[in-house]
Design a protein around this ligand. Structure first.
Ligand code: SF4
Length: 497
């Protein structure tokens, strides 16, 4: 058994940007996992909860500690053109979610249907939601209206599946995203993306649908496309397009989509690539549409070679063409890695879903990576990355809890810890250089030559800070911790009046 295998026994302190919620078994911001689950089942949500449990298995640990899961669905809705997003939930939850969405630059209105105990128990809340949707469903402005049931309306059985399927041509998508059913905000992205894809697939099966617009990273050439699944750094689809061109393929509209009509284009692919490996409901829709789905991603030399092989095989590309594509693209990636070697021990922790790919790239660049923790579950689409890392001695922890990430960081004493807010905070307190996964790593390219160079740059810059951290820790000692936290907590040693 690994030293990182112990499940958490208590929820940890969280940084402000992660305080919107952190559901934990038996207790949490939603008032108790088991109680809410029981109430939701009694209110007729058994099928929904069983589907969520199947798609997003919780694994051996309690639910991971990150922001309110519903943020993932909210973000996907807010990032789509001509899409209105309405929350149905407690005011405190909606406040946290609205705050977080604007913190991340939503610049869009978040709709809200409030309730009180009377409207909840009499069913008036459902009527209020239906009225709000009817009011919002203006085809001049919207292609779709999304309604998200948070914890309390889900537990109370508010039946969003009874909303009209469309109003004046505006699609209505109602989803339940309770914290006691969806473990992470990453997987909540899939709840909405999968629901939209399902709707769009049904439309496409009925007859002709709109063509997607041509966008950056997409090729005007009429080549078969690969749909990339996951929210990627904007330059990455362009870089991946360059890797696919020698195979005679192009990048198609991504999922989650930025516009309703892109969903048709995403489905109309030769194959889909689950670059982020947690989109289980979305993958189900691609399979239902007869599309193959492959895992992993084009990171580093070996990762890119393996990925091109998988893509080529799934797309029916001739072996000689696949070999020629590798010969064309791999030397550039190798050259960047050789020019930017990473000589450091690095731990990786996060809840984005790309943690294993980041660890692979670090390892290929020369880093020692003893531990990778991801809040996401084990799925077939990260299996190849897990095997590759495990073969090099990396401990891969799915559904990682903060306690496990902290234990690993303290155990292996890395030169750099990539992690979540509370992990970075703890690392810095202990004099270990650390950077935020979300703000620093996910905000840079990851794939192809651009990814190789970008990651090496931040690792080199941050590990240089180790000596500075050591000096600061030596200088300040215990000041600022425990009883002496805060300016002026200790009386001045001398001086004064
Ligand atoms: S919706 Fe549920 S998980 Fe999210 S903040 Fe509210 S109670 Fe917590």
């Amino acid at each position: 058994m690994s030293p990182y295998d112990n499940p958490p026994t208590r929820p940890p302190d969280r940084a402000p940007d992660e305080q919107a919620a952190a559901p934990t078994k038996g207790g949490g911001c939603h008032g108790g996992h088991e109680t809410m689950l029981k109430a939701a089942k009694a209110a007729g949500k058994t099928a929904t909860l069983e589907r969520l449990a199947e798609d997003y298995p919780k694994g051996p640990h309690d639910q991971p500690q990150s922001m309110c899961p519903a943020f993932g669905s909210l973000r996907v809705g807010l990032r789509m053109r001509r899409t209105a997003t309405i929350l149905s939930g407690s005011a405190c939850c909606v406040y946290g979610l609205t705050f977080t969405s604007h913190f991340y630059g939503a610049r869009r209105t978040v709709g809200y249907v409030p309730f009180n105990s009377e409207t909840l128990v009499t069913g008036q809340l459902y009527e209020d939601i239906r009225n709000a949707v009817t009011e919002m469903a203006d085809p001049e402005h919207y292609d779709a209206v999304v309604v998200i049931n948070l914890c309390v309306p889900t537990a109370s059985g508010i039946p969003l599946d009874r909303l009209p399927r469309e109003i004046d041509g505006v699609r209505v998508i109602g989803i339940d995203v309770p914290g006691f059913g969806v473990p992470t905000h990453a997987e909540a992205k899939d709840v909405l993306a999968g629901a939209m894809l399902r709707y769009a697939r049904a439309e496409a099966e009925q007859g002709p649908v709109q063509r997607p617009r041509q966008k950056d990273g997409q090729d005007a050439a009429d080549r078969p496309t690969v749909t990339l699944i996951g929210e990627l750094f904007p330059a990455d689809p362009v870089g991946i397009g360059a890797l696919l061109a020698p195979l005679g393929l192009a990048v198609g509209p991504q999922l989650p989509s930025r516009e309703w009509r892109d969903l048709y284009g995403a489905l109309d692919c030769r194959l889909a690539a689950a670059v982020h490996p947690f989109y289980t409901a979305s993958v189900r829709e691609f399979h239902a549409a007869g599309r193959k789905v492959i895992g992993s991603g084009p990171v580093g030399v070996e990762g890119t070679a393996d990925w091109l092989q998988s893509v080529g095989a799934a797309a029916g590309v001739a072996e000689a063409t696949i070999d020629a594509a590798k010969t064309k693209v791999l030397p550039a990636i190798r050259a960047v890695l050789e020019a930017n070697p990473i000589k450091a021990r690095v731990t990786v922790s996060g809840y984005e879903g790309s943690e294993l790919l980041v660890a692979r790239l670090l390892a290929e660049a020369g880093a020692e990576v003893p531990y990778v923790g991801t809040a996401c579950p084990k799925t077939p689409w990260s299996e190849a990355d897990r095997d590759w890392l495990a073969a090099r001695g990396t401990h891969v922890q799915y559904r990682a809890a903060l306690e496990q990430d902290l234990a690993a960081m303290r155990d292996v004493k890395p030169d750099l810890a990539l992690g979540t807010t509370p992990l970075v905070q703890a690392a810095k307190e202990e004099g270990v250089p650390a950077i935020y996964f979300t703000n620093m790593v996910s905000a840079r390219p990851l794939f192809g030559p651009a990814g190789a160079g970008a990651l090496a740059g931040i690792v080199a810059a941050q590990t240089r800070g180790r000596e500075r951290f050591r000096q600061m820790k030596g200088f300040f000692g215990d000041i600022g911790s425990g009883d002496s936290a805060g300016y002026g907590a200790q009386p001045a040693a001398q001086g004064g009046d």
